[in-house]
Design a protein around this ligand. Structure first.
Ligand code: AMP
Ligand code: GLY
Length: 436
């Protein structure tokens, strides 16, 4: 795509590579495409929608050697790593070792997401509010602990498990079964060699994403995800079925509390541990009766949080990212539009368990030229016969509005513009705002 700023004769020079293939990476790619500093975007491996703004290259996110060679050959000025696996695996370290600029935490900092046991110990050591917990690397010891635990209790596989390594158990029997499936049957693979058992908390969940340069942290506007597959928060946990932004429950008072007690202390703790964090920290918070507490950290943009947060960001994302890499984020005035956005995920019926792929998608052209509406591709593929479904989460339909109610109406209207066989969505994304 020709950068419109370039047509206006502005100086453009940078080539950017984005690593990932989901709706989040599509949202990042659209933000990058708006920057006057960029004249070419590549995405490895990308998807059919990302192909509209970037050149997709058939390199997998864990093929580090190929990514580094490609970035060198094409003289990539900046590589943005969107996904958790390559960050936790050390892709940023490899790019830097080859003399390339990359955005995202190094391996020793991405552990903030890569190990729940690490992040819990960090929070305990630095007095960052979170649920009470114990770590275990032995199933017998975990079971003995459960004999005396209060229920419900939450079991978490230590490592990355596609957001599915969390079990909420109502009684001892369920919890013992959970320990067996995580640690002995290895339901989540090697992610379950260690596990965390923690206190069950109640309250409203909020996602707060932030840019971090190692010492300074600037938070983006808040969002709320809907993780369960079905309306009314029923069904299995998914990667996320929809989001809205901002969260009306995340007040200025809560924001101030979190900056003082959670956000800055986390950045300072990582620096004190010799694990300087540069990149995006995603704080998964629960607003409990006793105040906000951390549910989890992620070391990257959320998916589908990025699809409601980035379209509302006023800044040039490249300027913000460069400030993070160079340690001068304090110079950036991060600004968001005074409006709202809602994203509804269109999935393939059966997700997250069993679903078919390869259905033709109709109506994508309906989004062309529609200001304030976005059709982010997640699991899609271009074939000779057109664009087809290629995953459980297929598209993320985002719309903006003056407020959440209008954004919600707009997003649901736009979900009707595209069709594919077995199209499935939740009908209550953002409905919680009616309680406000
Ligand atoms: P996580 O991947 O750690 O964010 O966990 C996934 C989901 O499980 C969260 O979004 C919460 O809905 C739920 N969850 C995780 N930890 C707890 C907890 N300690 N108490 C209650 N719910 C939890
Ligand atoms: N939406 C939750 C995540 O990105 O992990």
């Amino acid at each position: 795509m020709q950068n419109p700023e370039k047509q206006k004769g502005k100086w453009c020079f940078m080539k950017v590579l984005i690593v990932g293939s989901g709706g989040r990476e599509h949202a990042i790619a659209l933000s990058v495409a708006k920057s006057p500093k960029v004249d070419k975007i590549y995405c490895a491996p990308g998807n059919a929608g990302i192909g509209g703004v970037a050149e997709c290259v058939p390199i997998g996110p864990m093929e580090f050697g190929k990514i580094v060679s490609f970035a060198k050959e094409k003289e990539i000025g900046l590589t943005i790593v969107g996904m958790d696996d390559p960050l936790v695996g050390g892709l940023v370290d490899e790019l830097e070792a080859a003399g390339l600029r990359a955005f995202g935490p190094r391996k020793n900092a991405a552990i903030l997401e890569g190990s729940k046991a690490f992040s819990k110990d960090l929070m305990k050591k630095y007095h960052i509010p979170t649920a009470e917990y114990e770590n275990f690397d032995d199933a017998g010891a975990a079971e003995a602990y459960l004999e005396k635990a209060q229920f419900p209790v939450v079991l978490k596989a230590d490592g990355l498990a596609l957001g599915k390594g969390v079990l909420i158990c109502q009684n001892l029997e369920e919890a013992k079964e959970g320990v067996k499936s995580i640690m002995l049957d290895k339901k989540f693979g090697s992610a379950g060699s260690r596990m965390v058992i923690e206190e069950f908390m109640t309250g409203r969940e909020v996602s707060v994403l932030s840019f971090v340069d190692g010492k300074t942290i600037k938070t983006m506007t808040s969002a709320q995800d809907h993780k369960r597959a079905m309306d009314g928060d029923m069904g299995l946990n998914t990667g996320g079925m929809g989001t809205f932004s901002p969260s009306p429950f995340y007040t200025e008072e809560i924001d101030e509390f979190c900056m003082k007690n959670i956000y800055q202390p986390t950045v300072d703790a990582m620096a004190a541990e010799g694990r300087e964090f540069k990149g995006v920290i995603f704080f998964g918070l629960m607003l409990t009766e006793k105040g906000p507490k951390v549910l989890e950290y992620n070391a990257r943009f959320g998916d589908p949080e990025a699809q409601v947060v980035l379209p509302r960001m006023k800044n040039d994302i490249i300027e913000v990212i460069e400030a993070c890499i160079d340690g001068r984020l304090d110079e950036i005035d991060l600004q968001f539009e005074d409006n709202a956005a809602v994203c509804v995920v269109l999935a393939s019926k059966g997700y997250p368990v069993k679903y078919e792929k390869g259905y033709a998608i109709q109506g994508l052209e309906n989004f062309e030229g529609k200001e304030g509406y976005y059709c982010f591709h997640a699991g899609t593929k271009r074939t000779e016969d057109g664009i087809v479904t290629n995953g459980g989460r297929v598209l993320g339909i985002t719309a903006k509005g003056k407020g959440l109610k209008e954004a919600r109406e707009n997003a649901y209207r736009a979900t009707q513009w595209v069709t594919f066989e077995n199209k499935y969505m939740r009908n209550d994304i953002g409905k919680a705002i009616e309680e406000v």
